[in-house]
Design a protein. Structure first.
Length: 236
């Protein structure tokens, strides 16, 4: 009986020792397999994460561009800044030329602290370029990823005494670090040709394309329906 009890104790100690050895840590092979599994999961998730981040960045950029366009329009309506210098040579808003970036950007402070009149590059005839300083550094630079350049313009068949249609395009400031003509909607003369960037990632890398393009009517006097009709080719 005594011998049997001692044998049982020995077997129990051996079993405990075996369990402790088994739970002492992972083997090299187990560690490599775990690393491989984690790596595969990261590779699968990474595109989804990058797509989500890019979409949020682009959506925020469109939001800032919309704010810039509205700020410019409000400033023109309240005469805090001058309207575009004169009618363009184009007869329609969509035919008005886009700016040509020269690799440099020079903007001087205007009457609005966050807005600067840009003299370089030279705006197309009858248009004005303004920079909205969103990063708050007091200046507008082509290296900025948040500053916005607003192009204001109107066609040559608009009578300023009876009001006029004002076109607005908003570009990224870093687009002016390029040396090329920027893009615009209907550039090829095809109706409904859209190049304006979307809030999705599809436009994230298209610096040449406008973030926002819109039109509005400016009238210094009491607006009349006939004036509106005249600016848009007549009413039926």
């Amino acid at each position: 009986m005594m011998i049997e009890k001692q044998a049982n104790k020995q077997r129990l100690k051996a079993g405990v020792s075996y369990l402790r050895n088994r739970e002492g840590g992972f083997t090299i092979i187990e560690s490599l397999v775990a690393i491989l599994v984690v790596s595969i999961l990261l590779v699968a998730i990474a595109p989804v994460l990058s797509l989500s981040v890019a979409t949020r960045v682009q959506s925020r950029r469109i939001e800032l561009a919309t704010q810039a366009a509205k700020s410019y329009i409000d400033a023109v309506k309240t005469k805090k800044i001058l309207a575009p210098s004169g009618p363009t040579t184009a007869t329609t808003l969509t035919a008005t030329s886009a700016p040509t970036a020269t690799g440099t950007l020079t903007c001087t402070n205007s009457t609005i602290p966050v807005e600067s009149n840009c003299s370089v590059p030279t705006p197309p005839t009858g248009t004005s370029l303004y920079c909205i300083d969103f990063d708050g550094d007091g200046t507008c630079l082509s290296a900025s990823v948040t500053d916005m350049i607003v192009q204001g313009f109107r066609p040559n068949n608009n009578n300023s005494a009876a009001g006029y249609a004002l076109g607005v395009r908003v570009y990224r400031a870093d687009a002016f670090a390029l040396s090329t003509t920027l893009s615009r909607n209907n550039a090829s003369g095809i109706n409904n040709e859209k190049v304006t960037q979307a809030t999705f990632t599809g436009g994230a890398g298209q610096r040449k394309a406008p973030l926002v393009e819109m039109t509005t009517d400016i009238n210094d006097t009491v607006p009349k329906y006939s004036d509106l009709c005249a600016r848009h080719g007549g009413c039926i």
